[in-house]
Design a protein around this ligand. Structure first.
Ligand code: NAD
Length: 484
């Protein structure tokens, strides 16, 4: 389709201002729904990456590590308020660059507003503790305490699916703990980050405390990962890239928020209508391109019929179309390649015996909401991360069977359990191998101030403002010997 609309031009953000790339290279950001180019964005050269890290290091030593907490907090509060004021513009940007339905984009922006507010609060209470020195005989007249200090320059690498809030989940706590940041956003969705940089600048963030370098993971990402001035890499993305980053990052601290194939369990005593509603959102929000999407729904055989009636009815009513339209429930996938891959996995599952209850077809970037049954543990749609609008329904008889099925996965990010029985709830909460378990809500719900992260292949470390700040600071012990 020819471009008859204005194309925005974006530079890199280094040292509190826009920069052209030193190499002169640019990348095009494409609206996944229309296929139109919406922006030209400068691509960082090695010299730009070097400048961004240098700038972040200088700002750390000269400014952020000495800034009083209340001043840091003020900037973060202001940022929260300004994002709120600009929320419609941010939401449109997310929908245009990521193809996310506008109502979901608005929810993403409002979460980013909350994360900055929580970070502003936490900035004033990153406290240490007193060590009970006299617990050890012979320690004499001594006192000892622990303080938290910032790490320095943090390298943040983020995926395409939440171009604002996953960036904010790294940047707001990093700044609250007095670090500086060099961010490499996903190359398909860099505009939200560049807009965030302007907002932080306008709210009084010291120049150089937040820098955005755009480019491919292989080039720009790897430079950030391997630079010795960077003290920590905070990464959200796929398992293969996460593994590579861990191998290449040397002695840096690394946190990895990776993929999953989240299980959700519907017990015989569950409120079926509310489970069906929650799981429709959990399976098809942002076309299933959410790390904690419901990918496997385990349903007690006694309520299978009732659940399928409610669930399939809701899935069939989903409105698919233009992400900018108010009534759109599901838009495109991020690229045609991703939609084709989804189709291939479903076709392969069908050849291996799976049955399609709804969907199973696609056109260009759009793959229809798809519900499968008769699946087997070895099928890709079950055991790998599907990251598409595809969900499998799996029956179970006993709660032990359900746990065995749910835990039969290399991943463990979040899980959902629907039951009215407190004993069943605690049984599942204790038995599921996951970083988080929701009772009577789905795996897709993320609470901004709760610890969030994975076990097994789903990652290392935790996010969720206060917990991210703990990861992004280090303990220093200070001891004093008397006599007092
Ligand atoms: P991806 O791993 O392809 O890319 C993520 C980021 O890593 C991008 O910025 C990319 O440019 C960069 N990158 C790629 N190769 C790199 C390398 N060699 N060195 C350094 N950086 C490199 O992921 P994606 O396709 O953008 O996003 C989808 C994935 O993200 C899914 O697996 C999903 O589960 C995961 N994800 C996880 C969470 C979570 O919180 N656990 C949240 C959202 C998405």
């Amino acid at each position: 389709m020819p471009n008859t609309h204005a194309i925005e031009n974006w530079g890199l953000w280094i040292g509190g201002r826009n920069h052209n790339s030193k190499s002169g290279k640019a990348t095009q950001v494409v609206n996944p729904y229309t296929g139109r180019v919406i922006a030209d964005v400068a691509v960082a050269s090695a010299a730009d990456v070097d400048a961004a890290i240098g700038c972040a290091l200088k700002t750390f030593h000269e400014t952020t590590k000495h800034t009083p907490s209340h001043k840091v907090s003020d900037v973060l509060y202001k940022t929260s308020r300004l994002i709120d004021e600009l929320s419609e513009d941010f939401a449109r940007t997310i929908s245009l660059e990521a193809g996310k339905p506008i109502r979901e984009s608005r929810a993403e922006v409002s979460r980013a507003v909350q994360v900055f507010r929580l970070a502003a609060e936490e900035a004033n209470r990153l406290n240490g503790e007193l060590v009970p020195i006299d617990a050890v005989a012979g320690s004499g007249s001594r006192v000892g305490f622990v303080v938290r200090e910032p790490l320095g320059v943090i390298g943040a690498i983020t995926p395409f699916n939440f171009p604002l809030n996953l960036v904010v989940h790294k940047v707001a706590p990093a700044l609250a703990a007095k670090n500086t940041v060099v961010l490499k956003p996903a190359e398909k969705t860099p505009i939200s980050s560049l807009k965030l940089a302007r907002v932080l600048h306008e709210c009084g963030l010291p120049k150089g405390a937040f820098n955005v370098i755009v480019g491919s993971g292989r080039e720009v990402g790897e430079m950030l990962v391997q630079d010795e001035r960077v003290r920590m890499i905070t990464f959200t993305g796929s398992v293969p890239v996460g593994k590579e980053i861990k191998e290449k990052s040397g002695l840096k601290k690394v946190t990895l928020e990776l993929g999953a194939n989240s299980p959700n369990i519907v017990c015989a005593d569950a409120d079926i209508d509310s489970a069906a509603k929650a799981l429709t959102v959990a399976s098809f929000a942002y076309a299933g391109q959410v790390c904690i999407s419901a990918q496997r729904i385990l349903v007690h055989e006694d309520v299978m019929k009732k659940f399928l009636k409610a669930f399939l009815g809701l899935v069939k009513s989903l409105k698919i179309g233009d992400p900018l339209k108010e009534d759109t429930d599901m838009g495109p996938m991020i690229s045609e390649g991703d939609s084709k891959r989804a189709a291939e996995w479903v076709d392969e599952a069908i050849r291996q015996g799976a049955k399609v209850l709804v969907g199973g077809t696609g056109n260009k970037n759009v793959y229809k909401p798809t519900v499968l049954t008769n699946v087997k543990p070895g099928m890709k749609v079950v055991c790998q991360e599907v990251f598409a609008p595809i969900v499998s329904i799996i029956p179970f008889k006993t709660r032990e069977d359900a746990v065995a099925l749910a835990n039969d996965s290399t991943f463990g990010l979040q899980a959902g359990v629907f039951t009215k029985d407190i004993n069943t709830a605690f049984y599942f909460a204790g038995s599921l191998e996951a970083g988080g378990v929701w009772i009577n809500d789905s795996s897709v719900y993320r609470q901004q101030n709760a610890p969030y992260g994975g076990v097994k292949m789903s990652g290392l470390g935790r996010e969720g403002v206060k917990y991210t700040m703990e990861e992004m600071s280090e303990l220093k012990f200070i001891g004093i010997k008397g006599p007092f």
